[in-house]
Design a protein around this ligand. Structure first.
Ligand code: NAD
Ligand code: ZN
Length: 661
């Protein structure tokens, strides 16, 4: 199957797409399409409209000056740090090769962040900068000093070294792969951290491949000199015309073993004299070219859409496509996420079977249907009933939902899953629950409480130790706070907030079960819809509730005010908790803060004093992970806020400080 095309776009549309994605990549650091797809897009524009002005605006410079942070200290590059010309086949490459004499040097194209390092007259690193717009970069000297293996002093005077900062794949896999899309974006982020000490945690490295300030006859000599000065250099091969394609094939074949991400192979004229003769355009040197890898993307045809009942009860589409090889693996199934996303993919006409589609592996992993290249003619049928239980479906905003019947396996498993998660009974993931359901050991939440060690041990991959642990956890939840219990019932609209209100206003479950919908609707923030859903839900679940009460004791909050701790450092402070802590629930932590005269706003506000999270999250935070709350707190601090970010241990210390006095 051929590689992706953007053939069906007009020239205006092509230009618009190029500009849009170029900005996403360079300004927002958040590309929406794989590089390969972007390169194809540019190629298509180049072929269809070689004179298009947009072609000369690609790259950081074309994304406007805001590539460079206006607040940052800047460094002017001289000569400018340019892009590379691109080739996608041997023919183009050979045409280029024939323009000069003396062969080429071939290196992998390192997919990182370009930068330059200047060493002063005594050989000390004195300034480092990003490529930025190519003409002007951001100074990142202190961050670059934290790059491991980079010489801070060299036996040379007044030189400039250029190359690529990158994150080794092993580091990405070990520390970041669950949280971040790509090592490249992470590298860019690590080099711009406000606190340069944190840069060290990213274990960034630097490949040098250019040296200014000394003269050489050949590219090979330059590489040898860089190495002698103590720089890490990428592997490089001196080759002639007949080896051009073979060298590419060889590097491509070893791509996954290189230890760093590469997006192609770079060829440079070996003789510096030839390089000077050829010169450069405003965009790239004429003496170098990048032959980019292909294969993470491919075309296929959508044949069928099947529907899965998801964990949330939504019925979601999965596309069945003609086999297509993406990054070396054959793909035939692709999640279409939900009804709205599926419809959006198909444009106005909706997604149709028989459509020619562009498939990609994002970040080389998860197959995704990127877009329809040519619409098919058979509309996808949206199921009128749940494929598992036959309950009628109905659209709810973006998803197809159904009021699943009692015998709907998927919906039942989901109900149990919700129950264990609200009761915080750890260890019961979806796989285990499916096994328990299919073995008819747990078909309702009540069954959990009569489950035995030997029954659990009969399941796949459950040994005695695990079985005992799991049973202990269930038995350890026989006393449960009433609000948790209410949430665990999985009644529509009876979530955290409403459960808390009920727990506070009533002191018995009987009272809660007999509340009057009309009266409840009057309660602040409740209203008619919620009141009706909750009261009806409690009636519908009467049987389940009765059965659960055979096993559970409900705990109501004690109305007695906790004694106030005087003189606490938390008095008058605003504290927000995020994520999970070990020693106490968030709610308990909030009570402790309030007992000390502090307040707990429900979001990151300007005058927040502390943002508190579990120690595990704190550790991740120190390694560069950022939740949206953390990002917001940092943004507020950047504008003069004074939010202290604390781990659980730090918070406990603050709590106890008060008690000491
Ligand atoms: N996904 C998107 O939406 C999107 C949008 C815009 C650009 N991009 C991607 O950005 C890149 C284009 O940026 P560009 O044109 O400025 O850079 P480029 O791809 O032309 O490459 C130039 C860079 O390659 C680096 N490089 C790595 N290894 C090298 C080696 N061995 N020898 C010499 N240089 C080496 C240099 O540091 C230089 O900065 C492309 O990969 C493109 O796909 C993607
Ligand atoms: Zn169903």
């Amino acid at each position: 199957m051929s590689a992706p095309t953007w053939e069906d776009l007009s020239i205006d549309e092509l230009e618009e797409h190029v500009r849009y994605h170029n900005r996403k990549y360079w300004v927002d650091d958040a590309p929406e399409i794989p590089d390969e797809s972007f390169d194809r897009l540019v190629e298509t524009l180049k072929r269809r409209a070689p004179e298009s002005a947009v072609l000369s605006q690609i790259g950081p410079a074309g994304a406007d000056v805001d590539v460079v942070d206006p607040q940052a200290e800047k460094l002017a590059h001289s000569p400018a740090m340019l892009s590379l010309d691109k080739a996608y086949d041997e023919e183009t490459l050979l045409k280029w090769y024939d323009k000069f004499e003396g062969g080429v040097v071939v290196t992998p194209k390192v997919d990182g962040v370009a930068g330059c390092l200047r060493y002063d007259a005594r050989g000390h690193l004195h300034v480092a900068a990003t490529r930025g717009t190519g003409a002007i970069g951001e100074v990142i000297t202190e961050q670059v000093r934290r790059i491991k293996g980079l010489p801070l002093q060299v036996e040379a005077t007044g030189i400039e070294v250029r190359g690529e900062a990158y994150m080794p794949v092993a580091v990405f896999e070990r520390k970041f792969k669950h949280e971040y899309a790509s090592p490249r974006n992470l590298t860019a982020g690590a080099l711009k951290l406000k606190d340069p000490d944190k840069t060290a945690d990213y274990e960034i490295r630097f490949f040098a491949f250019d040296l200014l300030g000394e003269d050489f006859d050949t590219e090979s000599q330059k590489m040898a000199r860089l190495e002698a000065l103590g720089f890490e250099i990428p592997e490089h091969h001196r080759v002639e015309r007949d080896q051009i394609q073979a060298t590419y094939d060889d590097i491509a074949a070893r791509r996954s073993q290189l230890g760093y991400e590469t997006d192609g192979v770079v060829y440079k004229a070996e003789r510096i004299g030839e390089q000077e003769r050829l010169g450069h355009t405003a965009h790239h040197p004429r003496w170098a070219i990048a032959y980019k890898f292909q294969g993470d993307a491919g075309e296929s045809v959508l044949r069928e859409v099947v529907w899965n009942v998801s964990r949330t009860g939504a019925i979601n589409p999965v596309g069945i496509v003609d086999p297509v090889v993406l990054s070396g693996a054959t793909v035939t199934r692709v999640s279409l996420h939900n009804l709205a996303i599926m419809e959006h993919l198909g444009g106005e006409a909706g997604l149709r079977l028989g459509s020619r589609v562009l498939m990609m592996r994002r970040g080389g992993v998860i197959p995704n249907m990127e877009r329809v290249l040519e619409a098919g003619d058979t509309p996808v049928e949206i199921p009128a009933a749940c494929p598992e239980c036959g309950a009628p479906t109905e659209r709810q905003n973006d998803v197809l939902m159904a009021d699943h019947k009692d015998n709907c396996r998927a919906a039942k498993i989901r109900q149990i899953e919700h129950f264990v998660s609200r009761l915080e009974i750890k260890g019961f993931g979806p796989k285990l629950l499916e096994q328990l359901y299919d073995a008819e050991l747990v078909t309702t939440p009540v069954d959990l409480f009569t489950l035995s060690v030997s029954e659990l041990m009969g399941l796949e991959r459950v040994g005695e130790i695990l079985a005992e642990k799991l049973i202990d956890r269930i038995q350890g939840r026989r006393e449960v706070a009433v609000d948790k219990f209410l949430q665990a019932l999985g009644i529509h609209e009876l979530g955290k907030h409403v459960s808390a209100i009920l727990a506070e206003r009533y002191d018995s479950l009987e009272a809660i079960r007999s509340i009057d919908a009309e009266a409840f609707a009057e309660v602040h923030t409740i209203g008619e819809v919620i009141a009706r859903s909750v009261t009806e839900g409690l009636k519908e679940q009467a049987e389940l509730i009765d059965a659960l009460l055979e096993h559970l004791t409900l705990v109501f909050p004690s109305p007695a005010e906790e004694p106030r701790v005087e003189g606490s450092p938390l008095a008058g402070k605003r504290v927000l908790f995020t994520g999970a802590m070990e020693a106490m629930t968030r709610k308990d932590a909030q009570r402790e803060v309030e007992a000390r005269g502090g307040q707990c706003p429900s979001s990151v506000v300007k005058d927040l004093d502390y943002l508190v999270m579990g120690d595990a999250d704190m550790e991740r935070f120190e390694q560069g992970w950022r939740s949206s709350k953390l990002k917001k707190a940092e943004a507020i601090n950047a504008q003069g806020g004074a939010i202290t970010i604390l781990g659980e241990s730090g918070f406990l210390k603050l709590l106890n400080d008060g008690a000491d006095q």
